[in-house]
Design a protein around this ligand. Structure first.
Ligand SMILES: NC(=O)c1ccc[n+]([C@@H]2O[C@H](COP(=O)([O-])OP(=O)(O)OC[C@H]3O[C@@H](n4cnc5c(N)ncnc54)[C@H](O)[C@@H]3O)[C@@H](O)[C@H]2O)c1
Length: 256
């Protein structure tokens, strides 16, 4: 049990990577607060985790929601040991096709949310004595893609904040580590559903994604949510006790 007795918060817990992460952290002994905008999904997952699960309704772009959640966690647990900032949106749209509202939505949900999260939870993280923040970025924080500039910029913001907050806590004498994992194309239920209609189309689309990942040649697959969850667990627990501020790509070599 790598996280026995720890209190963890996972945002976007109703989604593919978030649910896999919440399940793994709970299986390692953590009490997991499953937060999401999708109330039913968060409650279902918390129910599945039994006494190790707790649901929270949270819009990561809302400062009021973060303030409320920090107060509730403070009252109930008095500290926060693991904070996984995983909630996010994705979507295509190049420079010629997007508008300012599209741009701002991505920065608010994927980028600014990290600031609200870490700032509102800072005193609970410090109260832990040894806390770990894991931000779920993207391969596209490391490599540009002209089809998704708003997404790339939002994840680059997450990446820069990860390093700035890692230094902030460390230089302040607080044992709060802050790291990022960067998944490549991940086989979530939503992606699976969007691969296409016919078997042929689905197989061709999947093969195209496999080819983007160098390790795909040997394995015939892309990233699985469980691959990302295991990287999050590593950064969340004592195995990474002296690691802070890093980028950990989980992408089969796609960022090389
Ligand atoms: N799936 C991929 O290929 C991939 C690749 C790289 C990075 N990522 C990142 O991994 C994270 C999880 O992605 P996923 O594939 O599991 O997606 P997903 O769509 O399956 O899950 C995302 C979850 O976040 C929640 N969410 C969205 N906006 C929210 C908000 N404002 N407040 C609270 N919750 C909100 C959704 O309700 C959903 O449950 C995201 O940050 C995404 O950018 C995913």
């Amino acid at each position: 049990m790598k996280l026995a007795g720890k209190v963890a918060l996972v945002t976007g817990a109703a989604g593919g990577i978030g649910a896999a992460t919440a399940r793994l952290l709970a299986s390692e002994g953590a009490h997991v607060i499953c937060a999401d905008l999708a109330r039913a999904g968060a409650e279902a997952l918390a129910g599945e985790l039994g006494e190790r699960g707790e649901a929270a309704l949270l819009d990561v772009a809302s400062r009021d929601d973060w303030d409320r959640l920090a107060a509730a966690i403070g009252k109930r647990h008095g500290r926060l040991d693991v904070l996984v900032n995983n909630a996010g949106i994705s979507g295509m749209g190049d420079l010629d096709s997007i508008d300012a509202a599209f741009w701002e939505r991505f920065q608010r949900i994927n980028g600014d949310s990290i600031f609200h999260s870490v700032q509102t939870m800072a005193s609970l993280l410090r109260a832990s004595g040894h806390a770990s923040v894991v931000n779920v970025g993207s391969l596209l924080a490391l490599r540009a893609n002209p089809a998704l500039p708003a997404y790339c910029a939002s994840k680059a913001s997450l990446r820069a904040q990860t390093k700035a907050y890692a230094l902030h806590f460390a230089q302040g004498g607080d044992y709060v580590r802050v790291n990022a994992v960067h998944p490549g194309s991940t086989l979530t239920p939503m992606m699976e559903a969007n691969l296409g209609e016919s078997e042929e189309e689905r197989a061709a689309n999947y093969a195209r994604r496999v080819a983007l990942h160098p390790l795909g040649a040997a394995t015939g697959r892309i990233v699985l949510p469980e691959d990302v969850a295991k990287a999050v667990l590593f950064l969340a627990c004592e195995d990474s006790a002296f690691i802070t501020g890093i980028d950990l790509p989980v992408d089969g070599g796609a960022s090389l």
